[in-house]
Structure formats: C-alpha cells, structure tokens
Design a binder for this molecule. Structure first.
Ligand code: 6PG
Length: 473
C-alpha cells in the first residue's frame, strides 16, 4: 500500500470518527493510538473504509507510513497530553512535517505551541473542530489557526471533510497562532449560553406553566419551525420526548440536575474579562452550571428557606412571550460573542474574518442555526458593529424585547431562576442607556482613592470637593 496522505493520532471517539470521515472522503489515512489494542478494534469498526486506512502500533511505523511532507492530526485530550505527544513525535519528523492539533485546546497553549514551532522552523496548525461525534464522522465545522501556508497545505482535505452549507465548506482559516482555537472557544461559550437559555425556557414551561416533558417536546418542535430553528432547539425537542427504557418515565425527569463541563465556557468568560469585553449571558450560563453542580448547597438552601411554588398563571405568560424571549436572548448572546471576537482580533492582531465565522457556524457545529446566515450578512455589511445595532437585528430586538422583559419579570416574580435571560435583558437595558449610574462609581473612587473623574462639561481629570475635606480630617 502506498504511503498515507494524512495521519491521525488518538482513536478516542472524536479521533476515530474524524479518521473514518477522512477515509470516507477518499483520502488515505494512517492511524496510531497510544494504547495499541484500540487499533484493531478501530479497523473492525472501519469496515470497507479500512482499505484506505493503515493502523500502526508504534509511532515510528506510523511516521514511516506517511507521505512526505507529513500532515499529522492530533486528537488527544487537550492540555499536557498534547505537549507530551508533540515532544514524542517531533524528533521523528522532518522540518517540513506538520502537526495539526484538532482538540479543544486552550488558545493560549496553541499560541505557545505555534510560537515554539515557528522558532523551530516547523509548520503547525491548531484547528477547532465542532459537531460532536456525528459532526466528526459526517462533517464538522472547522476553525483553523496557524500560518496561511500551513492552512493552505491541508485546506483541500479539511474543506472536503467539513460540513457544507449550500455547497459552501464549513472550514475556514481564522488567523495566526491560536486564532482557530480562540474562535472555537467562543463558539463553546455561545453553546453554553444557548443551552442555558433553552434550559431556562424549559424551566418556565415545567415549573411555571406545568407542562410535562412531552408537552415541552412539542413546543420545542414547533419553535424549531420558526426563527429559533437550530440544532440545539431540535435536540431539546428530541430529548424531551424520549422515554427512559428502565422506568418508562420521561428520560428528562430521570436525569439529575447536575451539569458537567470541560472548561471551554469558563475560558470564554476568563478571556472576556481579560479583554474587558462583557459577555454576561455566557457568564450567567457558566455560573448556572456551577450552581447546578453545587447540589448539596442547593439542597441545604431548599431545606432552609423552602422552594416557592413557582406556578405562573396561564394568562400571565404565553408561549409566544417565551419564544420571543429566546429570540431576543439569542441575538443578544451572539452580539456579545461576536463583540468578544472583534476585541480579541484587534488585541491579538488576528484580523478575524467576522462574517466568515458566522458562515462557518451555519452547518456542522453545535450552535448551527438559521439565524447565523442573517448574522453573516449583517457582519459582512459592518464587521465591527455590535450585532444588536445591525438594522436586521435591531428590528428583531424591537419586535421581541417585550417578550424577554415579560418572561424575566414574570419568572423572577414567581421565584423562578432565569439568570441567562435576565442577563440578556440587563445587557440590553444597559446597551440602550445613554446615561448609566457609573458617575456614582467615579465619585466613590475619587472620594476614597483620589482616582479622579471626567466631567460632563469639561475635558481632563477632575476631583470632587470632598478630597480636601476628608483627607485634611
Ligand atoms: C462541539 C462541542 C464540544 C464540547 C462538548 C462538551 O463543538 O462539538 O463544543 O467540543 O467538547 O460540547 O463541552 P462541555 O463538557 O464543556 O459541556
């Protein structure tokens, strides 16, 4: 068999699915896994695709089985495992051989690894891959970072294996170093927020309006035919209608309310704080996951204070209000995510292609939705503008903000937590404030620390009359 066009290291679910996808698209693939016993299992799974796949039990054989210059995809757990794999692999490679990290890396790690590669004069790519196992197998969304030449070298493979939106491949070069992994991180932050907004709507349906799981499923299904059409709404309908094979009860009712996370949502929030660009809906979503995980504390709280009856009167809130709330919340959450991408683009010198980011998310990834096509159009017209101010989304917000306000007020009055919806509303209300209350903060800062403030009627730094008084005692 001739040498393989590309290699994949790491045959966990994502790596295995990606290798099958590459082979399915007509490329020859060499694979390797640290635990060699996994390789024959994988070859069995590959079936007829195995004709284009060679399994290699040692790293040396794997390297020898690849056509030069070599292109090697790493699908190993993010973090130290990637550094360890690179350290093992690099000495076996030639100068023009390229390592491509396709895991969910922290973009700071990718920046560092790209710099190390640059210093060593070897090519390196960090690519964000979204779409879960099904996406990896049949077409993920791919966000590339590294040098343009490195990307161009494998673009034909990545574009071929990616999801397609009306024939347009969802695989795009984002910029140098960690740009691809940064875009993937923000994707995941938005993913957390979108999921949390939907979970809050489900909470209002379940606890406020007394809907059972089946009723929730039909509501999600109906929403999926309108402006909220998206993969996450679609699967929310599917999970709500599923039955637990063990008890016959709705599956949702049998799932403990303690959410896990691997950290990408948290990274988005940390970066937003470092870059000074607020993403409060994403922040609320990360906090909500942390609160869900603090189950013992919640049980103690419920025992100490009692959980109120959260019933909402039927005439107090309609399903239309709830749909509006999700539409407005979603627009505001994406507006925040794209703002963060814009700020990072400037600060890290990436020139991120804002409209292309929206386009690459239209298919294959977890946050794919109908709205992303309109976001791409708005960002092509004005890449630096907050999406909420783009004419198309301005109109959507005007039409739907009343629903968001009503849901937030009614739910909070009933004692129902809706942190992401409330964060979206507070963001909007602040966004439209020509005058906030930060004059009070500035006065306080000046009073206790002589930090000075700007005046409304004059340029420069000023102090209040209090300084002399209180510092002189
Ligand atoms: C994707 C997902 C994926 C992520 C999972 C789990 O785009 O395919 O974002 O990369 O790892 O969704 O994330 P959490 O465990 O943090 O929820």
């Amino acid at each position: 068999m001739s040498k393989a066009e590309i290699g994949v290291i790491g045959l966990g679910t994502m790596g295995a699915m990606l290798a099958l996808n590459i082979a399915d698209n007509g490329f020859s693939v060499a694979v390797h896994n640290r635990t060699a016993a996994r390789i024959p299992e994988f070859m069995d799974m590959a079936g007829p695709l195995g004709e284009r796949i060679t399994g290699h039990a040692t790293l040396e054989d794997f390297v020898a089985g690849l056509a030069q210059p070599r292109n090697i995809v790493l699908m190993v757990p993010a973090g130290d495992a990637v550094d360890a794999q690179i350290a093992q692999l690099r000495p076996l490679l030639d100068e023009d051989d390229m390592i491509i990290d396709a895991g969910n890396a922290n973009f700071h790690d990718t920046q560092r690894r790209a710099k190390d590669a640059e210093d060593a004069g070897v090519p390196y790519l960090g690519i964000g891959v979204s779409g879960g196992a099904e996406g990896a197998r049949f077409g993920p969304s791919i966000m590339g970072g590294g040098t343009r030449e490195a990307w161009d070298r494998v673009a034909h493979i990545l574009e071929k294996i990616s999801a397609k939106y009306e024939d347009h491949p969802c695989a795009t070069y984002m910029g140098a170093g960690g740009a691809g992994h940064f875009v993937k991180t923000v994707h995941n932050g938005i993913e957390y927020a979108d999921m949390q907004l939907i979970a809050e709507a489900y909470g209002v349906l379940r606890d406020g309006l007394g809907k059972d799981a089946a009723a929730c499923a039909s509501i999600f299904d109906k929403w999926n035919e309108g402006p909220l059409q998206s993969y996450l709404i679609e699967i929310s309908g599917k999970v709500a209608e599923a039955t637990d094979p063990e008890t016959g009860a709705p599956m949702l009712d049998m799932i403990l309310d303690r959410a896990g996370q691997k950290g990408t949502g948290r990274w988005t929030v940390i970066e937003s704080q470092m870059l000074g660009t607020p993403v409060p809906v994403i922040e609320a979503a990360v906090v909500a996951r942390n609160m869900s995980a603090a189950r013992d504390l919640r049980l103690a709280g419920a025992a100490a204070f009692g959980t109120p009856d959260r019933t909402i009167a039927e005439d107090a809130l309609t399903l239309g209000d709830l749909e509006q709330a999700l539409i407005a919340g979603k627009v505001l959450c994406y507006a925040q995510g794209f703002d963060l991408l814009g700020k990072a683009s400037t600060d890290y010198g990436w020139s991120l292609p804002m409209a292309e980011i929206a386009k690459v998310w239209r298919e294959g990834c977890i946050i794919r939705s109908a709205m992303l096509n309109d976001m791409a159009a708005a960002l092509s017209d004005a890449p630096d503008q907050n999406l909420a101010l783009a004419p198309y989304f301005h109109k959507i917000l005007e039409d739907n903000i009343a629903g968001l306000r009503k849901v937030a007020v009614v739910a909070m009055t009933a004692g129902q937590p809706v942190p992401a919806l409330a964060a979206a509303l507070n963001y909007f209300d602040t966004l439209i404030s020509a005058r906030t209350t930060a004059n009070m903060l500035q006065a306080q800062r000046d009073y206790f620390g002589a930090h000075s403030f700007e005046r409304t009627d004059a340029e420069g730094a000023h102090h209040g009359p209090w300084l002399d008084q209180h510092l002189q005692g």
